[in-house]
Ligand binder design. Structure first.
Ligand code: FE2
Ligand code: FE2
Length: 198
């Protein structure tokens, strides 16, 4: 595996081949996320191919059950924190990022991080990471199912930081309304972008 070609097109095709084995509904979500990521990349002058790669790889582990996510993460030496033990779905980004690097031989750390952190975000996200994060959250089907997201969509062509903040405000707010636990990375991301833009 280690000897696999690290060229962009080769890595991209290996990811596409893994995507083709996923459940149909997940493939459809990944394709909508890819299309939006490429469009946002064009609008914001960011490399569309790298955004596209992050988008097609982001949910490679989303079909696994909670116990599979825990077992796979532990056998891949991914550190599992208390939040992730309680909600193993949080591990699907880190696990997909691990596969991207170790199995599919992607060496683009920004693309790898865009996959790793697509659920929570993280402070100092780069534009590629922001675009994959946003495209996953507001691809058309998700907006149709949750019209509240229109507010996030209304920001995405003008300003990526403002879009991330708008999304986190909605998401963290709804978790707090339900007295749920907010992942510390989501809070850190909120604080970081709020201070950066104030
Ligand atoms: Fe995901
Ligand atoms: Fe997703």
């Amino acid at each position: 595996m280690r000897n696999l070609d690290t060229g962009f097109d080769k890595v991209y095709r290996r990811i596409e081949s893994r995507v083709s084995e996923l459940p149909d509904s997940l493939i459809a979500h990944i394709e909508r996320t890819r299309d939006l990521a490429e469009r946002l990349a064009d609008i914001h002058g960011v490399n569309p191919q790298r955004c596209s790669m992050g988008a097609i790889a982001h949910d490679l582990a989303r079909h696994l059950t909670e116990s599979q996510l825990l077992v796979e993460s532990q056998s891949s030496n991914i550190t599992v924190n208390s939040y992730e033990y309680k909600a193993p779905v949080l591990l699907h980004g880190p696990l997909a990022a691990h596969w991207l690097k170790s199995d599919l031989n992607c060496q683009d750390e920004e693309v790898i991080n865009s996959v790793k952190y697509h659920t929570t975000g993280h402070p100092e996200m780069t534009d590629i990471e922001k675009i994959v994060f946003i495209a996953d959250k507001v691809e058309p089907d998700k907006v149709q199912r949750n019209p509240e997201l229109e507010l996030v969509v209304s920001r995405m062509e003008a300003n990526l930081d403002a879009t991330v903040l708008e999304y986190l405000k909605l998401r963290i707010g709804s978790i707090l309304d339900k007295k749920g636990v907010v992942h510390p990375l989501a809070i850190d991301t909120w604080n970081y972008f709020l201070q950066k833009n104030s």
